[in-house]
Design a protein around this ligand. Structure first.
Ligand code: CFM
Length: 535
């Protein structure tokens, strides 16, 4: 089932004129006859509309900073902000060579629990006392403080509290001014987290993990164990994973990130700033990858081997791919028989909707509607350059930058790179252009691309297009169920995972087949079937 331009007009017809004009720019029907279809993204949600987006605090503390397992992450704000953002993302962590079990705080929730008197008289003293208590009780290697909305409104200087605590205790205390209301979505929080970690943590260590092919994985948060599956495959081929940012990562690893040969970027949206800054500052190239989907994982592994341009590595890559495919392909084939020709609706944060198109295609399914909550235009329109690792270590100091459509975001990047504005501009001029790859190029004609969907549009598109499966977020999952359509929740994978790599693809295939074929959905009457709705 497809939607026509007329159908889209009907969908927008209920809006007042100004809203209609605004929302129209966030909706596209893919048409390959148009050279570059542009979509409006990363702009403010219309007040009053029920968006699926999160806040700046969610992007900073929840997404980028929170998964670092051996730092205590203090939420300076009301208890609700801390409690409801605690544990739900399912970013898993475990002890390893550098981090013993007692140094892992991922399962604990730390907050100053601001009350009315703290709002009236200020919360700095309370925060300072809390840091003292944390140090005394847990002896963490380092601490983060994340501010929520009221902290910005009353003007607590968390930076000053952090600096004083750092002197008192001799450990690093990082302050993030990531008040929820900043920016237009969690994307602002990613940026704040990236800048602070780049400026104060990365580059402070001196230990590179041993190996011939030493890489980092950026933008992999180990949701449901995704990072562990990716690491299993990479280690088997012969790579050393120097650090994962930030899934199951430690403060120690992040200090040493700059000592690897190459950064892989899995989630481009939340961490591209660090990839770019590390390229400029340390000459470390980066490769945009996708470990979601069988074909996508094979393609990624082959591109990665090509970066190192090493025959032995390329050979070993093919061996591992052949071995894994022998196990995975019969399983995928089995589920493809059940799922072939079925359609999906995918609406996730800022990168997964695109990644999961690949895994669905492995299963013979098509994502007929795809969208992002808070992605920027380059996530829709895309960009990728395949870098080459230079064998001479010194030559790695030649910086290259990737030009992007939303380049204005990097206006302040030189500050964090300790470069003058002129030097930064000079480097930017000599950037080679690469080919574009993103959500839009991977969509087929007639399919729908939507930015910052709201509850009304979600329901209307499901009603018109009747997908067999909806890949949702935490809240819209229940809209899907009320509409009588099965869903998989793609943020925390409900209670399961991993979905990445070869093993993850098999788990996803089984769960999607179960979801789509379960008889329960036939017992639900969709609103458009009960005779009371519009059609
Ligand atoms: Fe990156 Fe993510 Fe995503 Fe994201 Fe997120 Fe997430 Fe996401 Mo939820 S970092 S942009 S801010 S891939 S928490 S692990 S699932 S919205 S699509």
């Amino acid at each position: 089932m497809a939607i026509t331009e007329k159908g889209m007009e009907d969908l927008l017809a209920t809006y007042p004129d100004t809203v209609k004009k605004n929302r129209k720019k966030h909706l596209l029907i893919k048409n390959s006859a148009e050279a570059c279809q542009q979509i409006e993204a990363n702009t403010r949600t219309i007040p009053g509309i029920i968006s699926q987006r999160g806040c700046c605090f969610a992007g900073c503390k929840g997404v980028v900073v929170g998964p670092i397992k051996d730092m205590v992450h203090i939420v300076h704000g009301p208890v609700g902000c801390a409690y409801y953002s605690w544990g739900t993302r399912r970013n898993k962590a475990r002890a390893d060579d550098t981090t013993p079990k007692e140094n892992i705080y991922s399962t604990l929730c730390f907050t100053t629990d601001m009350q009315e008197p703290d709002i009236v008289f200020g919360g700095e003293k309370k925060l300072s006392r809390m840091i003292d208590e944390v140090v005394e009780m847990f002896h963490p290697r380092a601490i983060t403080i994340s501010a929520t909305c009221p902290v910005g409104l009353i003007g607590d200087d968390i930076g000053a509290v952090a600096r004083a605590a750092q002197e008192r205790h001799g450990i690093q205390v990082l302050a993030f001014n990531c008040e929820g209301y900043k920016g237009v979505s969690q994307s602002a929080g990613h940026h704040i987290a990236n800048n602070n970690i780049m400026e104060h943590v990365i580059g402070k260590g001196t230990q590179r993990k041993p190996g011939d092919y030493v890489i980092n994985i950026l933008g992999e948060y180990n949701i449901g164990g995704d990072g562990w599956e990716i690491e299993r495959i990479l280690k088997d081929i012969g790579y050393t994973v120097n650090g994962i940012m930030t899934g199951d990562s430690s403060y120690v690893d992040i200090r040493n990130l700059h000592l690897a040969d190459l950064n892989l970027v899995q989630c481009h949206r939340s961490i591209n700033y660090i990839a770019e800054m590390m390229e400029t500052k340390y000459g470390m190239p980066w490769l945009k990858v996708n470990f979601i989907g069988v074909d996508a994982t094979c393609k990624t592994l082959r591109e990665l081997a090509r970066c190192f341009n090493d025959e032995a590595l390329i050979g070993r890559t093919e061996e591992v791919i052949a071995r894994e495919l022998a196990i995975v392909e019969p399983v995928i084939e089995h589920y493809r028989k059940i799922l072939n020709g079925k359609t999906a609706f995918g609406f996730v944060g800022g990168s997964r909707s695109h990644h999961y198109q690949h895994l669905l295609r492995d299963l013979g399914m098509e994502m007929i509607v795809a969208g992002y909550e808070f992605a920027h235009r380059d996530d829709y329109e895309g960009r990728q350059v395949i870098p080459t690792i230079k064998s001479d270590a010194d030559s790695r100091n030649i910086p290259e930058l990737h030009l992007k459509p939303d380049e204005e975001l990097y206006q302040d990047a030189h500050v964090y790179l300790n470069l003058t504005k002129e030097k930064f501009e000079e480097i930017k001029k000599n950037v080679p252009l690469g080919h574009y790859e993103g959500m839009n190029p991977d969509m087929k004609d007639g399919e729908v691309i939507i930015d910052d969907i709201n509850h009304y549009e979600f329901e209307e598109l499901v009603r018109k297009l009747k997908p067999d499966l909806i890949l949702t977020g935490v809240r819209d999952k229940y809209i899907a169920h009320k509409l009588g359509v099965p869903s998989r929740q793609l943020h925390s994978y409900d209670y399961t995972g991993p979905y990445a790599g070869f093993n993850g693809a098999m788990t996803f295939a089984r769960e999607v087949a179960n979801a789509v074929t379960t008889p329960a959905w036939k017992l639900v009457t969709a609103p458009w079937e009960d005779g009371k709705s519009k059609e």
